[in-house]
Write a protein that binds this ligand. Structure first.
Ligand SMILES: Cc1cc2nc3c(=O)[nH]c(=O)nc-3n(C[C@H](O)[C@H](O)[C@H](O)COP(=O)(O)OP(=O)(O)OC[C@H]3O[C@@H](n4cnc5c(N)ncnc54)[C@H](O)[C@@H]3O)c2cc1C
Length: 415
């Protein structure tokens, strides 16, 4: 019999299992995939942005749901502690732009492998290709789990503590298929509705097919919900067949998804020239035209102002033929171009599904979990850690930190 069974060898489960074993407990870590940390290995475009080095108050502001609940786990094991932890277990780290922390090697695998080594060094037994199918309880206490082993046979294992670290439902190919929600619900926990977050946004912009593959750097973006300005961002926007991506779109997506679910009108207004006000931009356009030959086309003027791939869609947007002579542009037309460069409107009609979402919003209702221990308020000995909980944050290393902080606290098995 084990003291603790941890379900799921992701960031939260590995941290929880190793932490529990540090205090001499017998720990079994059950993972349904063939290796640990499948998701960690693809984070940060394969580089793993494992945390963010911002000061605590700024860090907590980036957590979108259940900030207060999370702040206890964060105080217990914060970003500084995480950095020290990885350096102690032999992973050299770098702090990059935006205080984002990455392994010096640039390899997310190093984070996953270091966590597995940490668990094994502390004596955690890890079993792979083994899927937990149910949590067993008796008289309000956890007694163990049922699982399907690698040969497909149902078995059970007893333990006085079970930590559910099964992740959310985003990128299900990594093993995160929402099993933890069923386990929690089966013992009476409420599950806050789950929906994709940090996910591409689908636009109905009539020229969207021209934009696939385009990456816009240093643009401004304003999110309007029912014509009310809700959020402003600055940075990168990308376009793909999945929708509008890039850090800016992902940061906006959290509110966009909820607004779309509520059937509200959503648009993103993109400022392609955020460094110039309208007047300066008009002067720049006039300067460009003055330097051009009168027989050059409008498309050639646009080429001087925006990336090549934007020329055709922008010409259609301003509704001038791209072969209009620049010399023929009226003042009103130049002003119209300025307005569109400063505010290209992308109506948002949908969002990409869980398969493309970086995280899952929603999950195990935090009001039924003790924030000082991560223990269930419904079942003694049952703990939760990581994305399975209703906590999610912006991009920038915050979501991994949520997994590490809550995993660390759960692994202490405080009463
Ligand atoms: C493409 C991508 C890039 C990302 N990049 C970043 C980034 O750079 N920085 C950042 O902070 N966040 C990033 N995230 C988010 C971050 O990876 C997650 O928030 C974090 O990994 C969640 O950790 P977790 O341990 O809670 O869950 P998961 O990593 O999802 O782990 C859950 C584990 O439980 C296992 N499991 C599930 N059910 C069972 C079961 N029934 N039996 C046994 N095992 C089970 C799964 O196989 C899985 O291994 C990224 C996410 C994606 C998809």
């Amino acid at each position: 019999m084990y003291d603790v069974i941890v379900i799921g060898a992701g960031a939260a489960g590995l941290m929880a299992a190793g932490t529990a074993a540090m205090s001499g407990r017998q720990v079994l870590l059950i993972e349904k995939m063939e290796k640990a940390g499948r998701k960690i290995r693809i984070t940060g475009k394969g580089r793993c942005n494992l945390t963010n080095a911002r000061p605590a108050e700024e860090f907590i502001e980036k957590v979108r749901t259940n900030q207060e609940f999370f702040s206890v786990a964060f105080a217990e094991f914060n970003n500084r502690a995480t950095i020290r932890f990885f350096e102690r277990i032999g992973v050299k780290l770098d702090i990059e732009r935006g205080e984002r922390v990455f392994p010096h090697s640039g390899k997310a695998w190093d984070i996953a492998n270091a966590l597995v080594d940490f668990c094994e060094d502390k004596g955690v037994k890890i079993v792979y290709k083994t899927c937990v199918t149910a949590i067993e309880t008796m008289n309000g206490k956890v007694t163990g789990v049922r699982y399907r082993n690698a040969r497909g046979f149902e078995r059970r294992e007893e333990a006085s503590h079970v930590i559910v670290a099964t992740g959310g439902v985003s990128y299900p190919s990594t093993g995160s298929t929402g099993d933890g929600y069923d386990f929690a619900a089966s013992v009476g926990h409420n599950i806050e509705p789950v929906r994709p977050s940090l996910t591409p946004l689908v636009t109905s912009h009539p020229q969207k097919e021209y934009l696939n593959g385009l990456l816009l750097k240093n643009v401004g973006a304003k999110l309007y919900i029912d014509n009310e300005l809700r959020q402003e961002e600055f940075g990168e926007l990308g376009f793909s067949e999945r929708g509008i991506e890039g850090a800016v779109a992902l940061r906006l997506s959290r509110d966009v998804v909820d607004a779309i679910i509520d059937e509200r009108k959503v648009k993103i207004v993109v400022d392609l020239k955020p460094a110039l006000d309208e007047e300066t931009l008009l002067a720049r356009i006039e300067r460009e035209i003055a330097e051009m030959s009168p027989s050059e086309f409008f498309a050639e003027l646009l080429r001087k102002l925006v990336p090549k791939q934007l020329v055709v869609p922008l010409a259609k947007e301003v509704d001038f033929h791209s072969k209009t002579y620049v010399s023929k542009l009226t003042e009103a037309e130049k002003l119209r171009l300025v307005k569109i460069l400063k505010g290209m409107v992308f109506p948002i009609v949908d969002y990409a599904p869980f398969q493309y979402a970086i995280v899952t919003a929603g999950g195990v209702d935090c009001s039924e979990v003790n924030r000082y221990t991560m223990q269930s308020e419904r079942v003694e000995g049952l703990y939760f850690a990581g994305e399975v909980l209703d906590i999610d944050a912006n991009t920038g290393g915050y979501n991994m930190q949520i997994a590490f902080s809550t995993g660390r606290l759960a692994g202490q098995l405080k009463k």
